[in-house]
Ligand binder design. Structure first.
Ligand SMILES: [Zn+2]
Length: 501
């Protein structure tokens, strides 16, 4: 037996000005061939689960590519072609099954609004009868083309994501049973007209918890798989938003009715998926009180500038307001500003420097120019920005912030990096010599990934609403391609769901 196993993951924020070239899909571009195998082996990802399965059943594997990039603007067309060609070439050589670790929200410049569906269609055309199993992210914007061109779809059931491996394991297990002739998977897919905000998709609470629980219930009642997809709202594409995919054994009606039941649950909780915040001044004042009472750390969450949702990670609004209100002992990690990094490295450790930090990128989709903040401070540390994740999400993955500087203004330790990096692990601080537990405030450009890592060491948290291309204020964005009507953009609905035949 021979399996083709590959990863292609990108969550495209179509409002983001951050480019997504080939190089962003790994330390120097995607891992290819044997390097892809070595990079993914033993990791907490779906692709690793596929490789473990192959080993268990004694199948030979081809791992053409493992490509994972931070969310950002539409993917470069040539980069996408190269990734697809790598996978399709191995499929064309002949194989017994294809197992793919995909995100499900990839938009490609000048090519397609449905990167995954288009890839699956290409693979199907090459190998029409080869079984294809796919694991998707909980934030997948699922399309009819994806469902039509594969046999099995599973997805994560946690956000923050800690079950990527389990999703791959489930897809692989169904595929094996299918290949042995024990089951005949049939899928149903449908969406609810809800543009859910990622900030309201924590699977531990509210509507998303209920939606995921409905999926688990469907599985307990005998479906092979059922997944509640929150979707990714920062994408102006037709199919953005909430959907569900079910996999039943040879019983289309069972798949469809379970899918409908799940979507009804989502619709019932529609208000839960919409975030309502408070003005920035108020949020910082609240954080200040909490920090003074408890000693900290208090988390200041600059969620609208979260690079894991495609933001520039260089806006300075929250830090500016925190400094204006006199907060001290703030550690900021990290701000992306390669220009400032170069200047500070040139000045050297111990040098006192005044320079504009952050605000280098304009955000035309929300009609904003970059606004740097001029800071004076001392260069405390310079590193290569590399560390290995020790926390519970993406465990063991090597991270590359690019050259990184700690800039000490006296009241704030500002970590400035060359590359975007979600603060999803203590490594963003510890790798540059900062102990996050000893700071009063931790300013994190994060919306959800901070939870399993920083909540346990925090005395409190405050969401700070500021401008950014991952804002949860949907009125900031001009949607043109999105399916309508959709909640909360529209008010009138005939019913709460549309299930595809
Ligand atoms: Zn996700």
């Amino acid at each position: 037996m021979k399996f083709v196993i590959a990863q292609m993951q990108h969550e495209t924020n179509t409002f983001s000005p951050v480019p997504t070239p080939w190089e962003e899909f790994g330390p120097k571009g995607p891992y290819l061939g044997r390097d892809a195998f070595d990079a993914m082996k033993g990791k907490g990802m779906a692709m690793a689960a596929f490789m473990d399965l192959a080993e268990k059943v004694g199948a030979e594997v081809a791992t053409p590519v493992a490509a994972w990039a931070n969310p950002s603007g539409p993917v470069d067309g040539n980069a996408y072609d190269r990734i697809c060609d790598a996978i399709c070439n191995d499929v064309a050589k002949g194989c017994d099954a294809v197992l793919l670790d995909l995100h499900g929200a990839m938009v490609v410049a000048d090519r397609t609004d449905d990167g995954e569906g288009t890839l699956l269609e290409k693979i199907r055309a090459i190998a029409p009868r080869t079984p294809i199993a796919v694991s998707l992210d909980l934030h997948a914007n699922v399309t009819a083309r994806m469902v039509k061109n594969c046999d099995i779809i599973t997805g994560y059931k946690t956000y923050p994501h800690i079950d990527q491996y389990e999703s791959g394991e489930l897809a692989g297990a169904i595929l094996m049973r299918m290949m042995k002739g024990e089951v005949k998977p049939v899928m149903a897919w449908g969406n609810a007209p809800i543009l859910a905000q990622t900030l309201r998709q924590n699977t531990a609470e509210g509507g998303m918890k209920a939606f995921v629980e409905a999926a688990r219930e469907a599985q307990r009642q005998g479906l092979l798989a059922a997944t509640a997809f929150g979707g990714f709202q920062m994408a102006d594409i037709h199919d953005a938003g909430i959907s569900a995919v079910t996999v039943a054994d040879a019983n289309k009606a069972a798949a469809t009715s379970a899918c409908n039941r799940m979507l009804d649950v989502a619709w019932m909780h529609k208000e839960d998926f919409i975030y309502r915040g408070q003005p920035l001044e108020q949020a910082i004042a609240q954080a200040k009180r909490m920090g003074e009472q408890s000693g900290g750390p208090i988390l200041l969450l600059d969620h609208a500038d979260n690079c894991a949702s495609g933001s520039t990670q260089d806006t300075m609004y929250v830090l500016r307001e925190a400094l204006r209100q006199g907060l001290t002992s703030i550690a900021v990690a990290p701000i992306r500003d390669p220009e400032a990094v170069a200047k500070l490295i040139e000045a050297g450790i111990g040098a006192k420097v005044t320079l504009p930090v952050g605000g280098k990128m304009d955000m035309p989709s929300i009609r904003r120019k970059g606004e740097p903040l001029t800071l004076t401070g001392v260069v405390r540390n310079i590193t290569d920005g590399e560390y290995t994740i020790t926390g519970p999400q993406f465990t063991g993955m090597r991270c590359f912030m690019g050259r990184t500087v700690v800039f000490d203004t006296g009241t704030a330790l500002v970590v400035i990096s060359e590359r975007n990096q979600e603060p999803w692990d203590r490594g963003v601080y510890e790798s540059v010599g900062i102990d996050p537990t000893r700071q009063r405030y931790l300013l994190l450009k994060s919306r959800m990934y901070f939870r399993p890592v920083f909540l346990p060491i925090a005395k409190g948290m405050v969401y700070c609403d500021a401008p950014g291309v991952s804002s949860s204020d949907w009125t900031e964005f001009d949607y043109r391609k999105l399916r309508r009507p959709i909640y909360p953009l529209d008010e009138n609905f005939a019913n709460g769901r549309q299930v595809a035949a």
